[in-house]
Write a protein that binds this ligand. Structure first.
Ligand code: ZN
Length: 54
């Protein structure tokens, strides 16, 4: 593993890993961190990866 959120790895993801962060609502940010939110797995941006928003 390692560096799976950089470079070419992003191109395998839908929208190249970008989208709107469900927590901070920023658009077209890279959503690289799967986090459980209300029981569902969602991807959040780097700013929200450590936020405990269970
Ligand atoms: Zn965010």
């Amino acid at each position: 593993m390692g560096k799976s959120h950089r470079g070419k790895g992003l191109y395998k993801m839908p929208a190249h890993g970008r989208g709107t962060c469900p927590i901070c609502g920023r658009t077209r940010i890279k959503l690289l961190y799967p986090v459980k939110i209300e029981g569902a797995q969602k991807n959040v941006c780097k700013n929200c990866r450590n936020t405990d928003a269970t």
